[in-house]
Design a protein around this ligand. Sequence first.
Ligand SMILES: [Fe+2]
Ligand SMILES: [Fe+2]
Length: 275
Amino acid sequence: MRFLFLGDVVGRPGRVAVQERLPALRQRWGLDCVVINGENAAGGFGITEAICDELLAAGADAVTLGNHSWDQREALVFIERQDRLVRPANYPTGTPGRGATVIEAANGARVLVVNAMGRIFMDALDDPFAAVARELSACPLGEVADAVIVDFHAEATSEKQAMGYFLDGRASLVVGTHTHAPTADTRVLPGGTAFQSDAGMCGDYDSVLGMHKDEPVRRFLQKTPGARLEPASGEGTLSGVAVEIDDATGLAKAVWPVRLGPHLSEAVPVGWERA
Ligand SMILES: [Fe+2]
Ligand SMILES: [Fe+2]
């Protein structure tokens, strides 16, 4: 099974990059399943129902969220009817939506998609390790699920690496999101789980985290109120992780970083490009 994860879509440049490139990539690489983090898709803050539908129409099978889940208040409502939209599993009991969902990939595989949020340098939430373990034990890899994808939305690399080892052998992929910069530690862990500390963002990298750079730079220089943060408006880059998942075990056979666009050095799944 060929799987692609794309990191935080930031504003219009991120959405346009997904819409312009993903349909062709699904064809070219023969992708069976695609998951995209959409927490910044609406003007950098949250997601609307129309934008969620756009990402799904462009080729995403599921959309994950993070600390910006509810920046667009309508998400609190439409998430209840959109079962392919997943918010962090470790929000308090009673939070709208779901922390995990099972989708059917193009090859017929049942893919469990789990989202959780870290607690280091972030809002206090329930234990993400316990929350993910609960979701996985309800739908174990190799029994109920043919593949398990975990988007761990967290600031600290240590917490993300710990989640990778915690789930090693129980998930097909553990990938970090939230920092908006791709890390160079793409690998398959000893137990067979593909891992990358952060997927990077889909957005304009000539920016600070996808936002027009003037205001963030000013905020570091002057601790005074200023303008609103607006997404940068240049061409977007796609950034994420491609995984070849073993059909028999659901574990990773290979993993590659993906970076396609104007600002970062290009990276493609070389195993698929050669085939
Ligand atoms: Fe983000
Ligand atoms: Fe975030």
